[in-house]
Each structure stands twice: as structure tokens, then as C-alpha cells.
Design a protein around this ligand. Structure first.
Ligand code: HEC
Length: 331
């Protein structure tokens, strides 16, 4: 009897040590963190009482059987932690509930659980009932690789270049009424039907006035060295780092110019656009320099937060203009 209890004691010690949570150690056991700031609760700041995180099996990319449910009172710091989840792909469904357990907003994300402390990616919470809110847009625009340099002489160089184009009859053949080669050089910045990026057009112009096989103008005298260098300087000045950006937003067919506040572009203070919380918005964004050079024309798909916030970022990479310095000038 004495021996038996000793064996039981030894066995229980051994089995104790083999319990996965102990053998893996608290450092490596999966712990999945989720953060939801109080500010982002928006319209549910007062009604929401708890946050429920349900972990389900991953059924070939679909939500499978429910594995466990954790319920948390809403925390001021917005940090929630789920422990005891096994490693591998899982679905995490997050819901905000009121005191009656009614789901106010919910969303889910597939996440492959590994060892140790991990953070769930942001989960888009969609309200159960549609909620209309004023859009609070913040758009960061980043210019990558733009050469710095004075572009203050751009307007003067543009005037000189346009005078040269006039003199060499470019505008006579490339005007708004009869844009030969689909190139309209009459409206600045050469709004062409076949190109969206202004840099492409200017690069093409510089290429063709330097092209000995297919020159522009197609016949008659060609630009002399001074004139070619003025156009090349204009091209350079155009693509120097723009100091002031103009950012236009096109949303649901409405177009408006954004205002720069503390480095981010926002809706003008006298403008409100109503959106649905949790909805996905397609923002048409056009970024141009003050001189009217279009730097980017993109559409971004963003999700509206529960407080109407949309934070978007747009990075624009500099494209090297093609500057050709001719060796001989044909007549
Ligand atoms: C007599 C009429 C005429 C004049 C003058 C003329 N062009 Fe053209 N241009 C054309 C035609 C036609 C085409 C289309 C065929 C081709 O690409 O060669 C063309 C094509 C071009 C293109 C290529 C457009 C494309 O498809 O990308 C550029 C750039 C261009 N011209 C610039 C100029 C410039 C700059 C001048 C003045 C220095 C000029 N052209 C003067 C008739 C003219």
C-alpha cells in the first residue's frame, strides 16, 4: 500500500511534468493578443459592455467548428489576450455586445497561430444594423525618390517651352480639335486621351524632338541646341520634388480638394460626407503639383471604422524622365 502510493506519487509527478503547458513553458505557449482602442468603438462607446472572442477551426479557409469562447469586460487600454489556443490555422471572430448579449458589431479574421505571444491583425468590425456616420478621412501622401531641387523656375521654363512648340507648329498639328497622333499639346498639361501620366507625355515629347528616325516636327527645321536644352530643363524642373501637393478625392461621383492639416490630407472643414460604419469605400485619389503636373491617379479601397475614421496612405515613386542630349541636329 505504501509502495503503491509512492508509485502513484512518482507517476503523477512525471505526468505533471509532461503536461504540455508546463513542458512548453509559459514563454512559448500560444498567447494571442487583440487590441481594440476605446476611441475606435465610435458610436458603441456607451452601449458596448463586453468583447467576445470566439476561436473556431479553419475549414479550408472557411470558419469551422467552435473551439472556445472568451469573454472580456471592455478594457480602457483595449488589450485582450486569449490563451490556451492550439497552434495552426484558426478563425477568430470578434464581437462587441451590449448588456443583453446582443451583438452590436462583429468581424472575423483567419490567423495561423504559432508559439509565443502574437498579435492578431486588425479586424474590421461591421455593425449588425447599418449606421451612417460623417467620414473622418486622413490620407498620408509619401513621395519616394523625388529629386530635391528648385522647381520654382518651372513656370518660366514652361512658358519658354510652349513658345518653342508654337514656333515649330507643334500646336498646329497637336491641338484640341485635331490632335494628331492623339496628342493634344494645346491644353496644359497636355490632357491626352491616351495617356494618364503627364510625365509620360513630356518624356515622349522630349524623345520625339530628339528622334532622328521619326523626328518632330515631321518636316522642316528642327529645334536648335538652345531650344532643346530649354525643353530638357523644363522637363527636369517639372519633375523636381514638388513642395506643394494638391490632392483631390473622388468619392461616389463627388469630387473635392482635400486640405493638408499636420501633414495629412483631410476633408475640408466645411464638407461632410456620410458613410456607413464598417463599409468599404473606393477612394479615387489624384495627386498633382501646384503647377498642375499629375503625379498619381489611383483608387484605394479602405474600410470605414466604427467612428467613421478612414486612415489611408499613398506612396508615389518618382519616375525618371528620359532626357536625351542629341549629338547632331538634323535640318
Ligand atoms: C505637320 C504636323 C505635325 C507637326 C508640325 C508636329 N507633329 Fe508631332 N505628330 C504628328 C503626327 C501625324 C503624329 C503621329 C505619327 C507619329 O507618331 O509619327 C505625331 C506624333 C507625335 C508624338 C507622338 C505621340 C505618341 O503617339 O506618343 C509626339 C510626342 C509629337 N508628335 C510631338 C510633336 C512636337 C513636340 C512637335 C513640335 C516640335 C510636333 N510633334 C510637331 C504631326 C505633327
Amino acid at each position: 500500500m505504501k509502495y503503491l502510493s509512492l508509485i502513484v506519487l512518482v507517476l503523477s509527478l512525471v505526468s505533471c511534468q509532461l503536461k504540455p503547458s508546463d513542458s512548453v513553458g509559459s514563454v512559448d505557449a500560444p498567447k494571442v493578443q487583440f487590441s481594440l482602442s476605446a476611441a475606435s468603438l465610435g458610436i458603441f462607446r456607451d452601449s458596448a459592455q463586453k468583447l467576445v472572442i470566439e476561436v473556431s477551426e479553419d475549414n479550408e479557409g472557411e470558419i469551422g467548428g467552435l473551439l472556445e469562447t472568451s469573454s472580456f469586460p471592455l478594457e480602457e487600454d483595449g488589450q485582450y489576450e486569449v490563451t490556451g489556443v492550439s497552434i495552426g490555422p484558426k478563425w477568430f471572430s470578434i464581437s462587441l455586445r451590449d448588456s443583453q448579449e446582443s451583438i452590436l458589431a462583429s468581424g472575423s479574421v483567419r490567423y495561423v497561430v504559432g508559439l509565443g505571444l502574437q498579435t492578431l491583425p486588425e479586424v474590421v468590425l461591421t455593425p449588425t444594423e447599418p449606421i451612417t456616420l460623417p467620414l473622418n478621412l486622413s490620407l498620408a501622401v509619401e513621395l519616394n525618390g523625388f529629386p530635391s531641387g528648385p522647381s520654382a523656375d518651372e513656370p518660366a521654363l514652361r512658358e519658354e517651352s510652349l513658345a518653342i512648340f508654337q514656333q515649330y507648329s507643334c500646336i498646329a498639328c497637336h491641338n484640341s480639335s485635331f490632335p494628331q497622333g492623339a496628342l493634344d499639346m494645346e491644353s496644359y498639361p497636355f490632357l491626352s486621351s491616351f495617356r494618364t501620366e503627364f510625365s509620360d507625355i513630356v518624356n515622349e515629347v522630349v524623345k520625339r524632338i530628339n528622334d532622328d528616325v521619326r523626328p518632330m516636327p515631321p518636316s522642316g527645321p528642327r529645334l536648335n541646341e538652345d531650344e532643346l536644352s530649354i525643353v530638357a530643363s523644363w522637363q527636369e524642373a517639372l519633375f523636381g520634388a514638388p513642395e506643394i501637393l494638391l490632392v483631390d478625392l473622388v468619392l461616389n461621383g463627388q469630387e473635392l480638394r482635400l486640405e493638408e492639416v499636420d501633414g495629412a490630407f483631410r476633408l475640408p472643414s466645411d464638407q461632410t460626407i456620410d458613410v456607413l460604419a464598417g463599409d468599404s469605400l473606393v477612394l479615387g485619389i489624384r495627386v498633382s503639383t501646384q503647377a498642375g503636373v499629375l503625379l498619381a491617379d489611383r483608387s484605394l479601397t479602405e474600410t470605414v471604422g466604427l467612428d467613421g475614421t478612414v486612415s489611408a496612405a499613398l506612396a508615389i515613386d518618382y519616375e525618371e524622365p528620359v532626357i536625351v542630349i542629341p549629338i547632331t541636329i538634323g535640318e
